[in-house]
Design a protein around this ligand. Structure first.
Ligand code: BES
Ligand code: MN
Ligand code: MN
Length: 458
């Protein structure tokens, strides 16, 4: 983990200093960096790029910020460009910018891997601010998100439902969060047929983790898809599509991250988190195409494709959440490959009903996370009509509107008038490309900050 501190003046020993270069020129000019020097070093305005320019005993890192200067993105890019042989100095104009620098520099770092020696950076970042500023909370929350990314990055031979449940306990330790773990017997007793049906094919049984934080105020229920590996089950995925399916628990991990961070911040809201955990495997015990499952709210589902498993575990989770009559329900899930077809790799899809949708949009605006509101056309519901059960989980042969149908399926498990936001992060939950904004390669932890922000504004 990198170390971040604040001070009111720059160090006198050699250091690296980051300077933003926007489309309209350098945003700070007092470092003796001329246009000639910028040209000589091919300094680029493109967001995230960096040029190194020697200035006396120090190195200036000229960071491209494009047309919109976002302090946290700037700090993240500076951290990625810096050498860890000398401290990195970020000069803030005020306390608010210093806090954004603190958040961005922690979030921008490469995620450490327990499987690789020296993968953790030990860069020291010094945030210089004219006023005294307390950045401890920003650092703490950002470090929680980095730890959640590490969890999401774990391969499936190191993370299975019960292991993830135990990790949830470890994360909650020392915080005012109650953790309840339901094993397969309890899931049976509680009629969670979706989670059980998906988990049946694996020798590693499913779990449900209930996290309770009571901060007073409005009640938020968070529900996360936690498939520790998604082979597709008997509707087996082709080899290439299966790569990356260790990330299919990102939604549940994000719910954990949001509850932990809210407790660290002392957010004034009641939050109940549901992590719906299963491993989707093919075997002699696995759910077959055509099997009918009865989910927690009593609805029966004819499973035509065992690879559309996320909606089955979330159906139980959303029904459990709805029973508590919370003010808002938010679910996070790597639900559909169609999310990427529709939105590319950086935008998450937002669907839902009631006030939560607007709340999510506003929160994403504030955190700078990319979220796009998608429709849920009601005429698509009939695609899920079943001869045998209340509904099917997919329409066989249909590829149109895959993300929207996912949303429509889930809407059957929340009240008609619910304030409900569904976040499909199959697109942006992991980053197979170069780092961008405050996101490294691998798990991004996207939407954790947005969900925290939502809980602050109820
Ligand atoms: N976990 C996948 C969705 C996914 C795909 C996430 C690619 C990240 C990257 C999900 O369980 C799934 O397999 N969905 C199917 C749904 C289909 C069978 C209706 C899909 O997207 O193909
Ligand atoms: Mn699947
Ligand atoms: Mn899946």
């Amino acid at each position: 983990m990198i170390k971040v501190a604040s001070a009111t003046s720059s160090p006198t020993t050699p250091h690296q200093i980051a300077i933003p270069l926007s489309d309209s020129g350098l945003l700070t000019s007092e470092h003796g960096i001329t246009q000639q020097l910028l040209d000589l070093h091919k300094a680029d305005k493109k967001p995230g790029t960096a040029a190194r320019i020697l200035v006396g005993q120090n190195v200036a890192l000229v960071i491209g910020v494009g047309s919109i200067y976002k302090p946290s993105d700037f700090a993240a890019a500076a951290v990625r460009a810096a050498s860890d042989k000398a401290p990195l100095v970020l000069v803030a104009k005020d306390a608010q910018e210093a806090k954004a620098f603190a958040e961005g520099s922690v979030l921008g770092q490469k995620t450490p891997s327990q499987f690789k020696k020296d993968s953790a950076s030990n860069l020291e970042v010094l945030i210089v601010c004219p006023e005294q500023v307390d950045i401890a909370l920003e650092i703490k929350v950002a470090e929680t998100i980095v730890a959640i990314r590490e969890l999401i990055n774990l391969p499936a031979n190191e993370l299975w439902p019960d292991k993830l449940a135990q990790e949830a306990k470890a994360f909650a330790k020392g915080l005012p969060i109650e953790v309840e773990i339901w094993d397969e017997k309890k899931l049976e007793k509680e009629r969670c047929g979706g989670i059980l049906g998906v988990g049946k094919g694996s020798v590693r049984p499913p779990r449900l983790v209930k996290l309770t934080y009571r901060g007073g105020g409005k009640h938020f229920a968070l529900v996360g898809k936690g498939i520790t590996f998604d082979t597709g089950g008997l509707s087996l995925k082709p080899a290439e599509s299966m790569v990356g399916m260790k990330y299919d628990m990102a939604g549940a991990a994000s719910v954990l991250g949001a509850v932990v961070a809210a407790a660290q911040l002392g957010v004034k809201a009641d939050i109940t988190g549901f992590m719906c955990l299963a491993e989707n495997m093919p075997s002699g015990e696995a759910t077959r195409p055509g099997d009918v499952l009865t989910l927690r709210n009593g609805k029966t589902v004819e499973v035509l494709n065992t690879d559309a498993e996320g909606r089955l575990v979330l159906g139980d989770g959303l029904a459990l959440a709805s029973e508590l009559s919370p003010d808002h329900i938010i679910d996070i899930a790597t639900l559909t490959g169609a999310a990427t077809i529709a939105l590319g790799h950086r935008y998450a899809g937002l669907m839902g009903s009631g006030a939560a949708v607007e709340l999510a949009k506003q929160a994403a605006e504030k955190t700078g996370e990319l979220l796009w509101h998608m429709p849920m056309p009601s005429e698509l519901r009939e695609l899920l009509n079943s001869e045998l059960a209340d509904m099917t989980n997919v329409k066989i042969g249909n590829r149109a509107g895959g993300m929207l149908i996912g949303g429509i399926f889930l809407s059957e498990f929340v009240p008609k008038d619910a304030s409900w936001a569904h976040l499909d992060i199959a697109s942006s939950g992991n980053n197979d490309f170069a780092p961008y904004s405050v996101y490294p390669s691998g798990a991004t932890g996207v939407m954790i900050r947005t969900v925290i922000e939502m809980t602050k504004h109820s």
